[in-house]
Design a protein around this ligand. Structure first.
Ligand code: NAD
Length: 268
């Protein structure tokens, strides 16, 4: 079963998705377009963003690809200006980009070097802060906006690896609450989504064929989630259906963190 788009729910909205050329971002942009939004796919990788935007247009949607480095405030200003020229002011920002290429250098406390910390925190944390700084003035002028940040279950559950990534995502959740608190009265909501394992090409590369065996015993669902599950959650939080939801972290993790850690062993 795939969550079906809600026709027209995002019509009149301009949604900017960072990392829009990636596994999850491209699918989320397509979902928002299918609900009526004009979407801007912003990515360091201009070619993947363009290919994903082309697919949206071929499917009948409105999309623009822009090159963006989320760690560079001038690059952000240019992307938001291009989005506004094409479609009008950005009223939804999905801060989705992350430094996935750093996974192989991000281990435990003793074997992750400071330069890895610098890069991961710069992209995953400072990047979302710069995103908020780039779009908030426009949202305040409009008197409305929705910002959806990308966290991870790694923000909450410890592991032997990805120490910098996990810390960056915990900080993303903190920034989410700060932005929600500061600008709720201005009509701007800010929430985060914390995916568990998602069956993307990238995750398959990381976990290989061990993915199902490793994760399924710890899920409360019958299958590992897909990009569509995240896209559906973003579209909901972007829309007025979530008008009373702000400052929240929505876990889309198949219940990975919702039960006693020993449960899988007890069931065996
Ligand atoms: N795949 C999963 O299982 C999973 C689980 C939990 C959370 N997440 C989160 O979901 C989000 C998307 O992940 P994904 O799996 O689609 O990864 P992905 O690598 O496919 O997509 C990330 C995109 O971000 C872009 N990017 C990297 N650095 C950038 C920069 N400086 N400026 C602009 N764009 C940049 C990349 O080019 C890429 O297109 C990330 O925030 C990730 O942490 C993914």
């Amino acid at each position: 079963v795939t969550a079906a788009p809600v026709p027209g729910r995002l019509s009149g909205r301009v949604v900017l998705v960072t990392g829009g050329g990636g596994d999850i971002g491209s699918r989320t942009a397509a979902r928002c377009a299918s609900e009526g939004a004009a979407v801007v796919l912003a990515d360091l990788n201009a070619a993947t963003a363009q290919a994903a935007a082309d697919r949206v247009v071929q499917a009948g949607g409105r999309a623009l690809a822009v090159e963006l480095d989320v760690t560079d405030e001038a690059s952000y200003a240019a992307a938001v200006a291009a989005a506004t020229d094409a479609f009008g002011p950005v009223d939804v920002l999905h801060n989705n980009a992350a430094a996935a290429h750093m996974y192989t250098a991000d281990h435990g406390v003793l074997d992750t070097d400071p330069s890895t910390w610098d890069t991961v925190l710069r992209v995953n944390l400072l990047g979302i802060v710069l995103g908020c700084r780039a779009v908030l003035p426009g949202m305040l002028a409009l008197g409305r906006g929705s910002i959806v940040n990308m966290s991870s279950t790694r923000a909450a559950g410890g592991a032997d690896d990805l120490i910098a990534y996990s810390a960056s995502k915990a900080a993303v959740e903190s920034v989410t609450r700060s932005v929600a608190t500061a600008h709720g009265r201005d009509g701007v909501r800010c929430n985060a989504i914390a995916p568990g394992v998602i069956a993307t090409a990238g995750s398959r590369g990381l976990h290989g064929t061990a993915m199902e065996g490793r994760f399924l015993p710890h899920l409360l669902t019958t299958a590992i989630g897909t990009e569509d599950d995240i896209a559906a959650a973003v579209a909901y939080l972007a829309s007025d259906d979530a008008r009373y939801v702000t400052g929240q972290v929505l876990r889309v993790d198949g219940g990975l963190l919702s039960h006693q850690p020993t449960m899988a062993d007890q069931r065996r």
